[in-house]
Design a protein around this ligand. Structure first.
Ligand code: CS2
Length: 498
């Protein structure tokens, strides 16, 4: 297309004639935050909140330095670098309107594989007060079976041997903290991943590594580094080529990688910041003493809800989440799962209208303009199920509540792991444990509970007779009758009693 204006700092005044842009002076904004993991979610969430803050107030010391940590992140780094950290956020409203805005809060970008020391120095510099992380659920290197840090991971072993050129977040943080200790500079490390007690886990995993790598840092970290827990929320599908071409054709700008998201956004954070923090509450974040109830609610209802729709929908041959929602049997199944199995485990949510929350979730999932990819939702399910679904199963087993709906979802995942949907089309499975999942899925054809042998996912679940029975029944039902008929049978079994 001709005459598109490239989105970058030099062209910002021209771009601003076409699309809403930052009006604050970006050249005065200094990075006070290093953020690791500059994927879509960070750019739709923390960077969005921070952009609003820079907009609405006169602060200049809370810009973001975005770090691409993995080789895999080359493309996003190159794109953001070429655009001086600028990108368009496209909010897909429920009525189909697109609200577009150029976000300016990422004022620096670094690519760790190219120059690890530059990243360590940046993390250790006095201007940086917070390091935030979106490194995915699997990124914390936690092994569900041993309930501990996974020292077997070859990358961790590499980092222990190459402290000055690490590859993992643990190597980077340890070296940065070593330098901060020498300068007496406290800091906050804030996880923004979907994990219950994300700050606590980040701390526990980091300390496990530090104890081996630099034990003399342990006491200093206890006193000088805080790890607030937080709940983060905004559905952010992967940007599609159509999103990019529509934006550029309609606005006349050339943005190589905009981000698309839903209008809803929420951020609940524990107020534990060792070196100060931005006033994110002025732009809608909530600071609370205990984030646990919010996180539990979000992970077990929203994220688990996604996995339910994703796995069942994938087997039915759907490609987007809204397709699964508009299959009323599947959405009824989801609602019953939420009501019958999740809600009884969420007893301590003071002041939250759970019914309204669940209702809102179904509307959010049903946003037909989002086209949220089922592939995205099902990817890395081996890291997601232990956080999103299995805590509900364990809590229900402990209180002798029903696990039938959860068991059907886990059974559907076992069948999904065979790699074909119900129309015999290949499924694209992206999972670091794909090989083991496929192997157990094959064995499960003979004996369904073989799938539960994957201890790093399921822990001791295979020893629960109740769960194994429910799982086997569900597995056989899906194998014999398909997802739709099974879901109908499960729904009916609850509805006829109510
Ligand atoms: C999704 C999340 O990855 C997933 O499975 O459930 O990415 C979800 O969209 C976000 O957590 C929403 O806040």
């Amino acid at each position: 297309m001709e005459n598109l204006i490239k989105l970058n700092q030099m062209n910002l005044a021209e771009v601003a004639k076409k699309i809403s842009c930052p009006t604050y002076d970006r050249s005065k904004v200094k990075a006070g935050i290093v953020h690791v993991g500059i994927g879509g979610f960070h750019r739709a969430h923390e960077a969005f909140y921070t952009d609003q803050l820079l907009h609405d107030t006169s602060v200049t010391d809370w810009g973001i330095c975005g770090v691409a940590l993995l080789d895999f992140d080359t493309k996003i780094y190159n794109t953001l670098k070429a655009q001086d950290g600028l990108y368009t956020l496209i909010i897909k409203e429920l009525d189909g309107t697109l609200t577009k805005r150029v976000i300016g809060s990422i004022v620096e970008c670094l690519y760790a594989p190219e120059n690890p020391m530059q990243v360590i120095d940046k993390m250790a510099s006095p201007g940086i007060k917070i390091i935030t992380l979106t490194i995915t659920e699997g990124g914390y290197n936690y092994n569900e079976a041993t309930e501990a840090f996974d020292f077997e991971n070859p990358q961790i072993q590499y980092d222990l041997e190459h402290p000055d050129a690490p590859k993992t977040i643990f190597g980077y943080l340890t070296q940065a903290l070593k330098r901060r200790k020498a300068k007496g500079l406290a800091i906050t490390i804030q996880s923004c991943d979907n994990i219950k007690g994300n700050g606590d886990l980040a701390k526990r995993m980091l300390l496990s590594y530090v104890e081996k790598a630099e034990p003399e840092l342990m006491a200093w970290i206890e006193d000088n580094v805080s790890f607030p827990n937080s709940m983060v929320d905004r559905i952010t599908p992967a940007t599609s080529p159509v999103d990019i071409s529509n934006l550029n054709a309609s606005s006349g700008i050339d943005d190589a990688w905009p981000v698309v998201c839903e209008p809803f956004h929420q951020w609940v954070i524990e107020d534990e910041f060792k070196a100060g923090r931005p006033a994110w509450e002025t732009v809608g974040a909530q600071f609370v003493a205990d984030v646990d109830p919010y996180e539990k609610m979000k992970l077990t209802l929203l994220n688990a809800g996604h996995s339910v729709l994703g796995i069942l929908g994938a087997l039915r041959g759907y490609t987007t989440i809204d397709e699964a929602v508009y299959n009323t049997e599947i959405s009824t199944f989801l609602r019953l799962y939420m009501d019958e199995e999740v809600t009884p485990t969420l007893s301590d949510l003071e002041g939250v209208d759970l019914d309204k929350y669940k209702e809102t979730l179904l509307h959010r999932f049903g946003n037909i303009y989002m086209k949220d990819q089922i592939d995205r939702i099902c990817s890395e399910s081996s890291a997601k199920f232990p956080i999103f679904v299995l805590p509900t199963v364990n809590a229900q087993l402990a209180r002798q509540g029903s696990v039938d709906f959860a068991a059907l979802v886990v059974a559907a995942w076992a069948i999904y792991s065979l790699g074909k949907d119900e129309n015999q089309h290949d499924l694209i499975i992206k999972d670091v444990m794909q090989a083991s999942l496929a192997k157990q899925a094959e064995l499960a054809k003979e004996n369904p509970s073989e799938f539960l042998e994957l201890e790093s996912i399921f822990g001791k679940l295979k020893t629960s007779e109740t769960f194994v029975k429910a799982f086997t029944k569900a597995y056989n039902s899906i194998s014999d009758n398909g997802v739709e008929q099974s879901v109908i049978a499960w729904n009916t079994s609850v509805l006829k009693h109510s």
